[in-house]
Design a protein around this ligand. Structure first.
Ligand code: WT7
Length: 660
């Protein structure tokens, strides 16, 4: 426990964590990244990135590493030309690795498929020929609305091969969400499936496309992969993948495109307003995706089996299933389904089956595994795992420790990777063979990346202080804008610290006494209690450090005395006794927070709930919990993964048992 450094700070630093885990000598000795990487980047940042770009095959070499003269619009590897799909597929076949498995695909119902680089090259070439036959060429936009089937990856790479831009829309989104995204970037083609498996059952997908396309005149064709054999309505725009693609030649010559040629658009909804089409380009993006994947996950292409559990509908799926890993000649697992279908050990069964050595997932799933209980992973042989990763939210120290102990056998380094859709690739993370990891901290900017924590005036805060996380140097995989909205790009990311020229990410963060960075959640969520600016993350982490709690979300609600009071929503762990939600137990939790952080952070109220409202990518929607805490009607729930959750929470509250 520490003292709060006092009032008036952008964000108070309340929680301390003293556990550290140095890499074993054995791990450090074999690691891809050595301590010199930091030195090298510091000595000459542009030369450093030029060296990283050499990881790729360039048809024409660049003449300038970075052109930042038109800030905030960067150009990286100016004058260079490359083909992104060639870099992810063909060159591995040419170097003699055509028989290496690229993708061990595991379907939800238990079907599976091993796809070699040779086969991937043929599939991507056929798909590229098929897309070209539908009139798709450079800079056309293609919407991909699919479950996690191999064709989704073939489709993305086929677009990249042709220089067309893909816009992947998560398969769980509604017809209306799909329509607005298709419309915003005038997609010419939609690629989809007849249906998708959801928790063991086939569910239709194409009807949503039909509805969206009916209101989106830019769409000329819809290419449909047969996945579930679900009966589908057919329109004159529809073409079956197996009819068109399978009839194509499996030879296709990739064309080299400019380093700044657009690669994809990915929509991110953020907390307010219409979704933003985040634009990424080719050479810089692929360089950073490849560099980070190699160094942060320590990938050894000849021996590792890598698994990132994200959906390709999110940027994590773009950068750490498709582009980074394939550019590094990975052998990876791609899993179609949910983690508890048909049972709660499904992920561990897959790790055991394929001998997965690197596993990358999100804190929301780790906390779900905690809730299900440690006895489940204990039933499987997880000894192949050697690196674990986390992304998407701050990971609470307790969840981190649980992950290391119960999944990592108490030995694996855990890389907590901070980045965003906008940053394109990992920005802040420990290097697993170099840095002693700390549970809950993303620690330090990667070599070549500039990030710091600043106060309201943009001045860096001292060690032990909290504030805003900013990026103070352009980076290769940075977004190149918001599709069709230059003004919004400048406003959203570059106006808060315009004077300093910082990119402001929207996250609160702090330095610990060693200068390591701890992410503290979105600044919009910060609570103000008696003048103390308290981060949601720290109070949530304190709650999760109690043995009965699996997950926690806290929000600030108006309070006549303190300005805001802290209201906590907690989910109990699988093994917690039936009295764990009783008045005594809740008092114990409040006291626990007071002991871990200080009396200032003691929740005014704690409610035990069965579920928390989350977005489809697993982020807690504190906005809705604030509505509950303030006794208001609950607002827009359309981006919730499961809209019945708010009913469950309200029902639980009416029973009265969870009031403190
Ligand atoms: C926001 C970006 C990056 C891929 C998935 C999310 C939060 C992300 C961490 C982390 C703390 C994190 C931030 C960020 N976030 N990773 N390791 N620790 N917070 O992409 O949907 O664009 O969300 O996710 O708040 O700004 P995204």
């Amino acid at each position: 426990m520490t003292q709060s450094p006092g009032q008036g700070q952008a964000l108070d630093n309340l929680l301390t964590e003293s556990r550290t885990f140095p890499p074993s000598d054995e791990f450090a000795a074999q690691a891809n990244a050595k301590p010199e990487l930091y030195e090298e980047a510091k000595a000459d940042r542009e030369a450093f990135w030029a060296k990283q770009a050499e990881r790729l095959h360039w048809d024409t070499k660049w003449t300038q590493v970075l052109d930042w003269s038109n800030a905030p619009f960067a150009k990286w590897f100016v004058g260079g030309k490359l083909n992104v799909a060639y870099n992810c597929v063909d060159r591995h076949v040419e170097s003699g690795h055509g028989d290496q498995v690229a993708i061990h695909w595991e379907g939800e119902p238990g079907d599976s498929r091993a796809i070699t680089y040779g086969e991937l090259q043929r599939e991507v070439s056929k798909a590229a020929n098929a897309l070209a036959s539908l009139g798709i060429g450079a800079e056309d936009r293609v919407a991909i609305y699919m479950p996690m089937v191999p064709e989704a990856i073939f489709a993305m790479l086929a677009c990249a091969r042709l220089g067309a831009m893909h816009s992947v829309v998560f398969g769980g989104f509604s017809a209306e969400a799909l329509r607005t995204r298709i419309e915003d970037s005038s997609c010419k083609l939609v690629i989809t499936t007849d249906g998708q498996y959801r928790r063991g059952n086939p569910a239709p997908l194409k009807p949503a496309v039909d509805e969206a396309v009916a209101g989106a005149p830019s769409v000329e064709k819809v290419l449909v992969v047969k996945r579930t054999n679900t009966e589908v309505a057919w329109t004159d725009k529809d073409v079956w993948w197996h009819e068109l693609v399978d009839a194509q030649s499996d030879q296709h010559t990739p064309e080299a495109f400019d380093s700044e040629h657009p690669l994809f658009i990915l929509y991110t909804s953020g907390t307010t307003g219409k979704p933003k089409g985040i634009l990424h380009t080719s050479g810089g993006y692929l360089t950073q995706a490849s560099y980070t994947h190699h160094n942060v996950f320590d990938l050894k292409p000849d021996t590792d089996v890598y698994w990132c559990t994200a959906d390709i509908g999110w940027v994590t799926g773009h950068s750490y299933i498709v582009y980074g890993p394939l550019s590094n000649r990975v052998t990876q697992v791609v899993y179609e389904g949910t983690p508890n279908t048909p049972h709660e050990g499904r992920h561990w069964e897959i790790v055991q089956k394929y001998g997965v050595s690197i596993y990358y997932t999100a804190p929301t799933l780790i906390r779900t595994f905690m809730k299900w209980g440690a006895d489940i992973p204990a039933k499987y042989d997880l000894s192949s795992l050697r690196v674990l990763g986390s992304v998407g939210e701050p990971i609470n120290p307790e969840a981190w420790i649980w992950y290391r102990e119960n999944v990592g056998g108490g030995k694996t380094p855990i890389v907590d990777t901070w980045w965003q859709t906008e940053t394109g690739a990992i920005m802040i993370s420990p290097l697993p063979g170099v840095v002693s990891t700390k549970p809950g901290s993303a620690q330090r900017p990667l070599p070549g990346i500039g990030a710091k924590v600043v106060n309201d005036e943009g001045v860096e805060v001292p060690h032990g202080g909290g504030g805003y996380l900013v990026l103070d140097e352009p980076w290769p995989s940075m977004l190149r804008g918001i599709w069709g909205d230059e003004e919004r790009y400048r406003d959203t990311y570059w106006s808060r610290f315009a004077e300093q020229g910082f990119y402001f990410a929207g996250d609160g963060a702090k330095y610990d006494d060693d200068g390591d960075i701890w992410l503290l959640g979105r600044v919009d969520d910060v609570m103000n209690v008696s003048g103390h600016r308290i981060s949601t993350t720290e109070v949530e982490s304190a709650l999760v450090s109690h043995p009965t709690v699996a997950e926690a979300a806290v929000v600030g609600a108006s309070d006549a005395t303190t300005g805001q009071g802290i209201v906590a929503f907690v989910i109990l762990r699988g093994g917690a006794g039936s009295d764990a939600g009783g008045a005594e137990a809740i008092k114990a939790l409040r006291d626990h927070v007071a002991k871990e952080i200080g009396p200032i952070a003691k929740p005014r109220q704690i409610m035990v709930v069965p579920e928390l409202p989350k977005t489809r990518s697993g982020k807690i929607m504190r906005r809705l919990l604030r509505d509950v805490a303030e006794n208001r009607a609950v607002g827009d729930v359309t981006t919730l993964a499961d809209s019945s959750v708010m009913d469950l929470i309200s029902a639980g509250l009416q029973s009265g048992k969870s009031e403190d």
